[in-house]
Design a protein around this ligand. Structure first.
Ligand code: 13P
Length: 395
């Protein structure tokens, strides 16, 4: 069985992040169709092969998340996708949830399903080469949303998934995504993110998940996509880290941000601003659209344009890797630089910044006794903590 801490260390290696190429068949098919490519199984395979065979990919990518279909497909050379990734020193991950479904009793809210049979599926994926997994919960901001009931349902499922992963020797990527959809303010996103993380970490602790052996995949704190509010990378970074510092315990193995539908350049600029501030956990990216959208647009499903897709992906990877190391984004994406190694739990090489770290454990006594009865208290606590963070950081 793989050592969980070693997998976390490899995923969080300096200057590297995770490529999320695990869109479901339905989502991938509609993205292919939008790009003018027939949504067939072969085209989904060809597209993913184009991505993972990008020259130099392993210099900026430590892991690739795949869906079940791709995990069982083969690249042209005959290797399975996990095998092809292992050959180039990239870890293979598997999305194991079965999607977000309407939550009974909470109109407009969803709970992610997929726990049935998960122990057996994880064992099978591990045997096929999976060293990490992903489960995504989606949290919607709206009128009366998110509800505490939806947060708890999603957090509980995430925690049970994470415990099963660790039992199987697979590192769980724990992804509670507060969606960008809507016209909400940055402040509303911050409050929803704090409440979401609080529910998640309370359940992780209840279920006995080892926090040093997970990678948290949160959203950045940003205004809604339909909001007129503009937030600079520095504002996003401070709001994001204020929210995370309020809740995320220091022993957490790593934090890998999703892009959430932000334009690629903005997601990268926000990542760079986050990385420039001090954090107690290693920070990286686990981007989907912000890495692959330009590649899909450049490839267009034409075999003789694979080089164009790969060049577009390499440029985004180089920019994200540069955002992590503080290097200027590489202008020519086909030339990735190899960064120097860094101790995984260090964080001491980060530029001295003014963001004050919240002593998480001391501020969250409810984490020791989490459960249904603590919901209302936890909400109040989260809101008070978020307000203190905003006041402390002049927001
Ligand atoms: P985005 O970066 O496109 O949000 O995708 C990340 C992901 O893995 C969503 O589950």
């Amino acid at each position: 069985m793989r050592d969980l801490n070693r997998t976390v260390a490899e995923l969080m290696a300096r200057g590297k992040g995770v490529l999320a190429a695990d869109e479901s068949i339905a989502t991938m098919s509609s993205r292919l169709a939008d790009a003018g490519v027939a949504p067939t199984g072969d085209n989904r395979r060809d597209y993913r092969e184009m991505l993972v065979t990008t020259p130099g990919l392993s210099q900026g990518v430590s892991g690739v998340i795949l869906c079940d279909e791709t995990f069982r497909q083969r690249v042209s050379g005959g290797a399975t996708f996990p095998g092809a990734l292992a050959d180039i020193g990239i870890l293979a991950g598997i999305k194991v949830d079965s999607g977000a479904k309407p939550l009974a009793g909470q109109p407009g809210e969803k709970v992610t399903e997929g726990l049935d049979g998960l122990r057996d599926r994880l064992a099978a994926y591990a045997a096929l080469g999976a060293s990490f997994a992903k489960w995504r919960a989606v949290i919607d901001i709206g009128d009366g949303r998110p509800s505490w009931r939806a947060l708890r349902a999603n957090a509980h499922a995430l925690a049970r998934y994470a415990a099963l992963c660790q039992e199987a020797g697979v590192v769980p990527i724990v992804e509670p995504e507060v969606l960008m959809d809507g016209a909400h303010t940055l402040d509303r996103c911050a409050r929803a993110t704090v409440a979401t993380l609080m529910a998640v970490f309370a359940e992780l602790q209840d279920v006995g998940v080892r926090l040093d052996a997970i990678v948290l995949k949160p959203n950045m704190v940003v205004p809604g996509a339909k909001s007129a509010e503009l937030a600079t990378p520095d504002e996003v970074a401070r709001a994001t880290l204020s929210a995370l510092h309020t809740i995320v315990p220091e022993e957490t193995g790593g934090v890998a941000f999703l892009s959430g539908g932000q334009p690629p350049e903005r997601a990268t600029a926000n990542l760079a601003a986050i990385r420039a501030l001090p954090t107690p956990w290693p920070v990286t990216f686990s981007f989907g659209r912000a890495l692959v959208d330009p590649a899909l647009a450049a490839w267009r499903g034409e075999p003789d344009r694979a080089w164009a897709g790969q060049r577009a992906l390499a440029q985004r990877v180089a920019a994200c890797s540069g955002a992590l190391t503080g290097a200027a984004a590489a202008a020519a994406g086909d030339v990735l630089t190899i960064p120097a190694p860094r101790p995984v739990n260090g964080g001491t090489d980060r530029p001295g910044a003014k963001l004050r770290l919240a002593p998480v454990r001391a501020k969250l006594p409810f984490l020791k006794t989490s459960g249904a009865a603590n919901g209302a208290r936890a909400w109040r606590h989260a809101h008070a903590a978020a307000a203190r963070q905003r006041r402390d950081h002049g927001r």
